[in-house]
Each structure stands twice: as structure tokens, then as C-alpha cells.
Design a protein around this ligand. Structure first.
Ligand code: GRF
Length: 186
């Protein structure tokens, strides 16, 4: 299976997916393209260091989709993996790749999802609500933020004194340990 990863930021999840599947060809999964909506995303440097082809997509192009669809087609992409990608996925892309787009969210959806719920905002909300657990959700992507059907969840226990940073760190570790496994399973 050939994968394209979509990112907006650091790309620590993307890095783990790329490296894992390169080190384990027997998994039968290959990350062949990394797409960013931000020209300054750290993930682009990380991918370049690994000689992985990258693409930066601009807003207008994203809305329209022709170039993007052409690129995904040219790379013969089977699965699109979102790893810290912050733009909403447009209808044309959902329809072109039905049940072939997945996302990871740093909370136990359906709680703490939706527009504006990303990065530290998620963990601050979890902390403010006094939750005793948080976790990760890997789900299919539809046209609404964080609403597609859930594929996998895993939880971490929280202590009342945990700061948002501590929660973020623990949840990110859980992402790193699980995303590649779930992607491989698809
Ligand atoms: C992760 O927490 C992911 O769940 C969320 O964005 C973050 C991306 O982190 N969607 P990174 O860029 O993979 O380091």
C-alpha cells in the first residue's frame, strides 16, 4: 500500500510512520509522499532529510483540488494519512478516497473534537474539565472535523496535578506507539 501523509506542523507522527515502514518492508506499506499546507512546517525538513518527495499545497489549490488529485493519482496513493493536519478535508477529496483517509486526534472522541480543538487547546480543555482520562482516537475522515467513524482508541489515566504539557506529552507518546500499527492494519 502506498501512503501520502498530510501535515501542518512538526511531523513527529509522520516521522515515525516513514521510518517504521522503511525499516520494515515486510509490513507492505510505504510512505511515498508528504503534503503540507504550511511552507514552514518542520515536517518538510524532516521529509527532505529522508529524501521523501514533498508537496506544499496553497489554499486556493486545496479548495479547487485539481492539482492535488493529479498528484495523488501520479503517486498511486492507496491511503491518505493525516498527522497533525489542520485544514478541513474538502468533499471532493472525501469522495475521491472513500474510507481511505484517516486521522489521529489527541483525545477520546467524540469529546474534545471539532473546529478549534487541536494541539494544546485539547489538553487544556481536558484538564479544565477535570477528566480522569484522555487518550487518542484514530478515525476515518469525513467532511466534518473529527467526526468520521472510529477505528481505534486508547486511553491514558490522568492525575489531578497533571498540567496540559504533561497530558500532551503522554498522549503524543501513545500516538507514536499506535498510529503505525493501526495504519498497517488497514
Ligand atoms: C498530534 O497530537 C495529532 O494527534 C494532532 O496533531 C498532533 C501532531 O503532532 N492531530 P506531530 O506534528 O505529529 O508531532
Amino acid at each position: 500500500k502506498r501512503i501520502a501523509i498530510l501535515v501542518s506542523g512538526t511531523g513527529s507522527n509522520a516521522r515515525i510512520l516513514i521510518d517504521r515502514f522503511r525499516q520494515h518492508p515486510e509490513d507492505g506499506v510505504e510512505v511515498v509522499l508528504l503534503i503540507s499546507n504550511k511552507a514552514t512546517a518542520g515536517a518538510l525538513t524532516m521529509a527532505a532529510e529522508r529524501d521523501l518527495p514533498t508537496l506544499v499545497v496553497q489554499r486556493a489549490e486545496w479548495k479547487e483540488g485539481q492539482e492535488l488529485l493529479r498528484a495523488l493519482d501520479a503517486y498511486d496513493i492507496d491511503l491518505i494519512v493525516l498527522a497533525g493536519f489542520l485544514w478541513l478535508i474538502p468533499a471532493y477529496l472525501v469522495h475521491a478516497y472513500p474510507n481511505k483517509i484517516v486521522n489521529i486526534h489527541p483525545a477520546l472522541l467524540p469529546k474534545y473534537g471539532g473546529k478549534g480543538m487541536y494541539g494544546r487547546h485539547v489538553h487544556e480543555a481536558v484538564r479544565a474539565a477535570g477528566e480522569v482520562e484522555s487518550g487518542i482516537t484514530i478515525h476515518y475522515v469525513n467532511e466534518n472535523y473529527d467526526e468520521g467513524s472510529i477505528i481505534y482508541q486508547a486511553a491514558v489515566r490522568l492525575d489531578p496535578e497533571d498540567t496540559a504539557e504533561v497530558i500532551a506529552d503522554r498522549v503524543l507518546r501513545l500516538e507514536h506507539g499506535n498510529y503505525w500499527r493501526v495504519v498497517r492494519g488497514l
